[in-house]
Design a protein around this ligand. Structure first.
Ligand code: ZN
Length: 387
């Protein structure tokens, strides 16, 4: 039994080699758009089925329905606006000349042809509503709100056809939903839990993975770190992947865990992001999805457990495995949560990224109960994006 894609059909909008060759001359003469890398990641996910049932970028009615109802026009839950808003004057000139029914070429920053957009509508999205409904704030201090404010004035709706996949630094670590689904069949995994992450693993992360692997209704774990666009100070994708590889190779049962890279721009939208990231993992063939405390949160914009409750309001066909905050308790001597540990917060060992980063930058040792030594060794390399 395989997990159906969201909406029942796994989208495939990749042109075949023959189609691409046949249309090459025609494609070369299309008006050219150069969207942001965030939008290019979305182009690729739409085409490979990660965003099923979306076949392209949202029109106004779909966008507004997602903001106000958290649903697509057909009633299916969907929490994240997916808009194509190429920024800048050069793009604006091209967009001004486009009419619904036109095709446009989507290029990457090296001017390689990535996809064709079949334009169905142009509209000016309400940025305030976009930010407020998605991120619960309009403050530019929120990183994704800043992106919304910097996006182009006009959104281009319509289906896309992928001509060529993006050249990503994560290369062969990337997998398409078709590939993960085939892998699960080959391994005999009927029920796979997805683990969403953004940072290298410390022992509190590992604890949730282990609890999940103990479940009777989980055959295996897909560790699926988001390694898309990076900002200064973020861990580099190769570091995140190497750290997880060290954990998997040294501390996991190989027949029960798989690691794959997932390149999209992280949207820190708290509950809406958790629902979106779960739907996407359903499309990758997973039957359950791990949700920790304050998943996809940033700053203090979200109730740390709103990301659990949203799954009750919007059943999306993937089981949310919701976990309370976990910590290492000195008195208990093991990882614990509010459900298992009666001791005060002063007995908890600080396993925060802040502490880990500080210890690494100060050259201080980190105890193995916080960070596996194999992971710590990788994190001691130059590990963050510098600009
Ligand atoms: Zn305790």
């Amino acid at each position: 039994m395989t997990v159906p894609a969201h909406g029942g059909h796994l989208v495939n909008r990749e042109l075949s080699e023959a189609d691409r060759k046949r249309r090459e001359a025609e494609l070369a003469h299309l008006p050219k758009l150069r969207p942001s890398i965030d939008d290019l990641y979305d182009v690729q996910q739409i085409a490979i089925g990660g965003y099923s049932p979306l076949e392209g970028f949202m029109d106004r009615a779909t966008f507004e329905g997602v903001l106000t109802k958290t649903r697509l026009p057909n009633g299916l839950p969907w929490s994240m606006p997916i808009l194509l808003t190429p920024p800048g004057e050069e793009n604006a000139k091209v967009i001004a000349g486009l009419q619904p029914g036109d095709d446009a070429a989507i290029l990457d920053d090296q001017d390689r042809l990535i996809a064709v957009l079949h334009l169905s509508e142009k509209f000016a999205p309400d940025r305030t509503a976009w930010a407020q409904s998605t991120y619960a704030t309009t403050e530019p201090a929120h990183p994704n709100v800043a992106d919304v404010l910097a996006s182009g004035d006009v959104a281009l709706a319509g289906s896309i056809d992928l001509v060529r996949r993006l050249e990503l630094p994560t290369g062969s670590d990337e997998m398409t939903p078709t590939e993960t689904r085939a892998l699960f069949v080959e391994k005999g995994w009927r029920r796979v839990a997805a683990y969403q992450c953004r940072n290298p693993p410390h022992t509190a992360h590992e604890y949730l993975q282990r609890l999940t692997l103990e479940r009777q209704d989980v055959d295996a774990l897909l560790i699926h770190p988001v390694v898309g666009r990076l900002k200064k100070g973020d861990y580099r994708p190769d570091i995140i992947l190497a750290a997880y590889r060290a954990l998997v190779q040294n501390y996991n049962v190989p027949s029960r865990v798989h690691l794959a890279a997932f390149s999209i721009t992280m949207r820190y939208a708290g509950p809406r992001a958790a629902l979106f990231l779960a739907i996407v993992r359903k499309n990758y063939g997973c039957s359950s999805y791990i949700v920790g405390r304050d998943q996809a949160g940033v700053g203090k914009y979200y109730d740390p457990y709103a990301c659990h409750r949203i799954f009750e309001e919007f059943p999306v066909g993937i089981d949310a495995l919701c976990y309370d905050e976990a910590w290492l308790c000195r008195k208990c001597g093991v990882m614990a949560t509010m459900k298992t540990c009666p001791h005060p917060a002063s007995d908890r060992v600080d396993t925060s990224q802040t502490r880990i980063r500080k210890a690494l930058s100060d050259g201080q040792p980190l105890p193995a109960e916080i960070l596996r030594p194999e992971v710590a060794e990788i994190l001691r390399r130059p590990n963050v994006v510098q600009n």
